[in-house]
Design a binder for this molecule. Structure first.
Ligand code: GAP
Length: 434
């Protein structure tokens, strides 16, 4: 990898954000497990997304579908035939890799120039349903969450009475048998997506595409990502997914190169049309409004899609700072795993510990908060800075007299005294601020 990515990987392991998967068994290449802090960060990103794109909107509803679907879904969607990457084999060391990773037609492992012709390799993850491994029982882990939105289009329409334009959103796992996973959690075989299938009339696709492009940029800003490091790459015909008439990749300047962070695609009416063909069910939308009232058609679809794990990685890369005396994660406070840490100034003074524990118990009802009484205050600050905790609250002898604590700000290291009774309000106000 490279310097910064290595530092992030090491911090993630050391502090409990992300561990190598199945580590006690020597690991499983390119699989990663989120630890106690990582799951908080990841959940905060997912909750922020759900709030922004589902909770606060009239025109988007959510679903949470089974991730193993009827295999016919993947016939209809075209994935069984088209969801492939070109795979090349080195004739000398027999390593296999994606054709686009063979720089100057050289094997990336041994440098040999004798490579096989590219072969199309299907990325679908196969499994079997039931106790036999018969062909009839073959099923697939979904390679994208999107298809569940198309398959449930009619159900959602019938139960919510939504009118065009409207969207269906989902957050969930997707699986791909990637030929060359790597770069930490950037490309793995199991990952999470946050997707919206936004159903529209065909004639508005260009305006809606533009609208969703801006929504995606607004989201990128909300995560605190520097938009100067984001590039919109127009994907040319021939390189787009089989269903797409226009695709933009939002690429980010990762330390290991400029690569896709998120994507935006115009899927036309490809999916609904094919699901109608393969399922025999009418998946058209009936226009309720005059003058076209009663007309039936397949809505077209704009699809903004966000990788959860790539969001986590980008947020970590963006917030990592090495300062003179500390490493600090300048996470947007909304995303920080702990919102505050509570310390008794001295670990051997029962009255300080009692008050600090009480504050901890009160605050934890509203926020994820930490408690630390180990080492000296300086070490505790250092430890919380490294995981991005925005505020450290210290209970000292003055606290016992005037019911205040010192509140130290992660970014400025400035301290102020705040009334214990005001802490909840202070945190609510300060945490809503970015
Ligand atoms: N439904 C459209 C779709 O799945 P995609 O560009 O193949 O489009 C969407 O995937 C997003 O999922 C990507 O922009 C990326 O953030 C994330 N993603 C894709 N493959 C991934 C992988 N192997 N590991 C981690 N994230 C991945």
């Amino acid at each position: 990898m490279n310097d910064l990515t290595d530092k992030i990987v090491s911090l993630c392991k050391r502090r409990g954000f992300i561990y190598p998967g199945s580590e006690i068994y020597g690991g499983l290449a390119n699989s990663w497990d989120y630890g106690p802090l990582g799951v908080e960060l990841k959940n905060n990103i997912k909750q922020l997304w759900w709030k922004r794109f589902v909770q606060e909107r009239d025109d988007v509803v959510g679903i949470d579908a089974a991730l193993i679907m009827n295999p016919k879904v993947w016939e209809a969607s075209g994935h069984l035939k088209e969801f492939t990457d070109p795979l090349v084999e080195c004739k000398k060391c027999h390593s296999r890799f994606r054709a686009d990773q063979a720089e100057k037609n050289k094997c990336p492992d041994c440098g040999n120039k004798e490579l096989s012709e590219p072969k199309q390799f299907n990325l679908m993850f196969k499994t079997f349903i039931g106790p036999t491994e018969e062909k009839a029982d073959v099923a697939y882990f979904r390679p994208e969450t999107a298809q569940a939105m198309f398959v449930n289009f009619k159900n959602v329409l019938d139960t919510t009475r939504k009118k065009l334009p409207f969207g269906i959103a989902q957050i969930g796992k997707a699986f791909r048998n990637e030929i060359t996973p790597g770069n930490f959690i950037f490309r793995t075989r199991e990952f999470e997506q946050m997707e919206i299938e936004y159903f529209i009339r065909e004639n508005e696709w260009e305006a809606q595409f533009e609208y969703w492009k801006n929504q995606m940029i607004a989201w990128i800003k909300e995560l605190g990502i520097d938009v100067k490091k984001i590039h919109e790459a127009e994907i040319p015909e021939g390189e787009r997914a089989h269903y797409s008439k226009r695709t933009i990749d939002f690429e980010y300047e990762f330390p290991f190169g400029r690569k896709e962070l998120y994507g935006l695609a115009y899927r036309t009416d490809f999916d609904l049309k094919n699901h109608e063909k393969f399922s025999g069910q009418n998946l058209k939308y009936r226009d309720p409004n005059p003058p076209a009232g009663g007309e039936e058609f397949w809505p077209h679809v704009i699809e903004p899609t966000w990788g959860v794990d790539r969001s986590v990685l980008t947020v970590l890369l963006e917030s990592y700072r090495e300062e003179k005396e500390r490493i600090v994660l300048k996470l947007p406070t909304k995303l920080a795993p702990y919102k505050a840490a509570i310390f008794p100034l001295l670990a051997n003074k029962p009255e300080l510990i009692k008050l600090a524990k009480k504050i901890h118990d009160d605050l934890r009802k509203e926020f994820m908060v930490a408690f630390d009484d180990r080492g000296n205050i300086g070490k505790r600050y250092y430890s919380q800075d490294e995981i991005g905790t925005p505020y450290c609250l210290t209970v000292d002898f003055e606290s016992l007299e005037n019911n205040t604590v010192t509140v130290r700000d992660r970014d400025t290291a400035k301290q102020e005294r705040i009334e214990i009774d005001d802490l909840t309000n202070f945190l609510k106000k300060s945490l809503g601020g970015d």
